[in-house]
Design a protein. Structure first.
Length: 120
């Protein structure tokens, strides 16, 4: 039982950094839209983007060819890759929040620039 809890804790620890990066990346796209276009237009664009993604995913799930997934998805090969390239995996996990925050800062600067030009 103790090893099972430790495995779950390690899995959660490995997922947290990419999940936080995804949330920050989402804010990088959303906040400038809200600031520059207003609440209603930005909300419409956000819903439109999510609907397009959902329609593509549902369409592919209904009519797509999943044979490539079963042919290439082998958990043993994935675990072997992770075990042999642990430094790369740790580097990606560690740098993904830093890169995302840098993108967020760039989005902030661009938004400030356009919002300043909009007020003039």
């Amino acid at each position: 039982m103790e090893g099972y809890v430790l495995n779950i804790a390690n899995a959660i620890k490995g997922i947290i950094a990419p999940l936080i990066s995804l949330i920050i990346l989402s804010a990088t796209i959303e906040l400038p839209l809200f600031i520059l276009l207003g609440k209603e237009k930005a909300q419409s664009i956000k819903v439109g983007i999510w609907l397009i993604i959902a329609f593509i995913a549902i369409g592919y799930a209904m009519f797509g060819d999943f044979t490539w997934l079963s042919a290439h998805f082998n958990i043993d090969s994935i675990m072997n890759f992770i075990n042999t390239h642990q430094m790369v995996v740790v580097l990606i996990q560690g740098l993904s929040p830093v890169i995302t925050i840098a993108l967020y800062y760039g989005s902030y600067r661009v938004t400030c620039h356009f919002a300043g030009r909009k007020e003039d």
